[in-house]
Design a protein around this ligand. Structure first.
Ligand code: NAG
Ligand code: NAG
Ligand code: NAG
Ligand code: NAG
Ligand code: NAG
Ligand code: NAG
Ligand code: NAG
Length: 543
């Protein structure tokens, strides 16, 4: 192990990257400040409006995660739809598109034991398309459009956000209906009114019984008439319908929970009780509730999760916040805990399929932390380049370096160049020449608005303890000096504090646009400076 200091940073060449597993055998950890989810290839999980189900197939049981893709070509809020699977809720394997032909909003899947079919419901064209498959992971084929309570269309309302769920042998559709013609629409807001409804499904789960019942508190007030984005669960013979209030692809909405005793649901006279569990849902919009069963006790924890859009308006930047719901004695739900540092350990039943994950991330040699509070940073237009360094921990052939990048509307290309260098002091000194190991240039259409990996293929012999780095910048390295490009590429950044990054030689440097000479009153300051306490999300693979 080699320790040196440079610009006040303790640098230790050491230790292979060890991933901090966030799951022990029967407990999964959720953290408010860990919003982005990644699959075992290191790509951001591309599933807006996520719903997670636990299904058992002939291969065994596991968790399936569904959502709307924003990375696929031509993607809109109506899909295409993706699925991932996991035994431990941490390692997620991408299963591709749910269907070649079916797209729509908020995919939800239920299993029908009698027909042995997985039944997918999507919201499309103001109604619900239904598709079935013998697999929960894909191959869904449409069986047509469901019919809903005829009073909805009679009133000129439009079917919107929905969920389907089974309780015993009975399945339900929860769905909101939009009223674009409501005279109460305001100049500023609300643009629409919408109400929540519950319908039983037919025995094969591919249609409703045409009955529909309002999910509303007795008040039927402006909160009850702005509900969307529902999911359902059953606890102690009480049915719960969780909702947000109207907010398209937003960061933050009311979280409202409705509950009513069963049996006897739903009926026109059902008295739902409502409680608002968060004013802003920790900067998110509820997308689902995941019931997790403690295999030791059989106790079920209901994990609320919401879609967050950390860092702004790009919908593809969808993160998630997971937290177990806490209940009061009367069955109401306590306020969500949005403290950034809050974590929870939840007992759960791991899947039992044999799952040897072989994704690209599992082969990484050196990497930024697997779990960190990654945030989008979009500033390639303001820097000639950013330089992320690391100490290579394994002798062999460096095969690739992968960096999570999001694009969108860019009119410059992105270049990532990988190099070896002797030490940081030398690297930032004038006239220093690093050893270029390889580079790749990406045009905007090779990247997506989701943080997938931009992969630089390499074939370079490297030594353990050698200092490596990559330059990340717009092609030509001119940043905003590249007149005409005003839309930056985005990468993911984390606070290195507490992650031991410096001990792995992981330092982030920046070089401002057009900064190519000494700075400072004494004329001795390098134009390449440390972006203190920050690191870029990346991984490198040596074989
Ligand atoms: C896997 O788990 C499912 C669901 O709990 C169970 O039905 C099945 O028997 C288990 N299979 C094995 C091989 O343990
Ligand atoms: C649902 O039922 C209606 C008749 O009530 C029928 O027209 C429609 O095709 C059915 N949809 C599906 C998916 O079975
Ligand atoms: C149920 O919702 C519909 C549609 O918004 C509304 O017209 C009706 O008044 C509601 N009925 C009750 C009992 O709340
Ligand atoms: C995994 O890495 C290989 C080689 O670098 C690359 O060709 C492939 O696209 C990557 N797969 C994914 C899913 O990122
Ligand atoms: C980006 O790279 C492509 C080739 O991959 C090239 O055709 C195009 O001109 C480049 N665009 C810019 C703005 O340099
Ligand atoms: C840093 O690298 C330079 C150039 O390769 C070398 O001259 C110098 O001795 C190195 N410094 C340290 C502290 O290793
Ligand atoms: C990688 O480099 C080795 C040694 O230079 C060479 O023999 C091999 O063909 C290269 N492989 C590829 C895929 O370029």
């Amino acid at each position: 192990m080699v320790t040196s200091t440079w610009m006040g940073l303790a640098l230790t060449a050491s230790l292979a990257y060890a991933s901090k597993a966030s799951t022990s055998s029967n407990t999964v950890t959720f953290a408010n400040d860990n919003e982005f989810l990644f699959d075992v290839d290191g790509n951001q999980i591309d599933a807006y409006a996520t719903k997670i189900n636990y299904f058992t197939t002939s291969e065994g049981s596991q968790y399936y995660l569904y959502g709307i893709s924003f990375a696929s070509p031509g993607s809109t809020g109506d899909g295409p739809l993706t699925s991932y699977s996991s035994v431990d809720l941490v390692n997620w394997k991408y299963n591709g598109l749910l269907s070649e032909t079916v797209g729509g909003g908020r995919p939800h899947v239920v299993y029908n034991a009698a027909t042995k079919k997985y039944v997918l419901w999507v919201n499309i064209d103001g109604g619900y398309q239904v598709a079935t498959s013998s697999s929960p992971a894909g191959g869904f084929v449409s069986v047509g459009d469901a019919a809903i309570d005829p009073s909805v269309s009679a009133a000129g309302l439009i079917g919107a956000d929905h969920s389907v769920a089974t309780f015993g042998e009975q399945a339900y559709l929860a769905y909101s209906t939009l009223n674009f013609a409501d005279p109460r629409a305001g100049s500023l807001w609300p643009p629409i009114f919408q109400t929540m409804h519950l319908s039983p499904l037919t025995s094969d789960f591919t249609n409703t019984t045409l009955q529909g019942y309002n999910v509303t508190s007795a008040a039927f007030d402006d909160v009850d008439q702005q509900t969307e984005s529902p999911d359902m669960f059953m606890r102690d013979n009480t049915m719960y319908v969780v909702t947000s209030n109207t907010c398209g692809f937003c960061s933050g909405s009311i979280g409202a929970v409705y509950r009513a005793a069963t049996p006897g649901l739903p009926t026109a006279s059902t008295k739902w009780k409502r409680n608002i569990v968060s004013g802003y849902s920790c900067g998110g919009q509820v997308e689902g509730v995941l019931p997790l069963t403690d295999p030791a006790t059989g106790k079920v924890t209901y994990v609320w999760h919401s879609t967050t859009v950390p860092g702004g308006p790009r919908v593809g930047f969808s993160g998630h916040i997971f937290q177990p719901l806490q209940f009061a004695a009367d069955g109401s739900v306590l306020d969500l805990d949005c403290r950034p540092s809050k974590t929870w350990q939840v007992p759960f039943t791991p899947g039992n399929v044999s799952a040897a994950y072989t994704g690209n991330l599992t082969k990484a040699t050196d990497a930024s932390p697997r779990f960190a509070n990654y945030q989008p940073v979009c500033d390639s237009d303001r820097y000639s380049a950013l330089y992320q360094t690391w100490t290579n921990s394994k002798a062999g052939v460096l095969r690739s370096v992968s960096v999570n990048v999001a694009a969108g509307g860019n009119n410059a290309n992105l270049t990532i160049s990988v190099f070896a260098f002797s030490n940081l002091t030398a690297l930032v000194a004038p006239s220093y020449k690093y050893t270029l190991l390889g580079s790749a240039t990406f045009s905007p259409d090779q990247l997506t608005q989701v943080f997938g990996t931009a992969i630089v293929p390499l074939n370079a012999t490297v030594q353990a303890g050698q200092m490596l780095g990559f330059a990340f910048g717009e092609a030509g390295g001119t940043g905003a000096f590249n007149l005409g490009n005003f839309i930056p590429y985005c990468h993911l950044e984390y606070d290195t504090s507490g992650h031991g990054s410096e001990s792995k030689g992981q330092v982030l440097l920046q070089q401002g646009s057009g900064q190519n000479s000494f700075r400072g009153i004494r004329g001795t300051t390098s134009p390449v400076t440390v972006r203190h306490g920050k690191g870029i999300k990346f991984f490198a693979t040596v074989e």
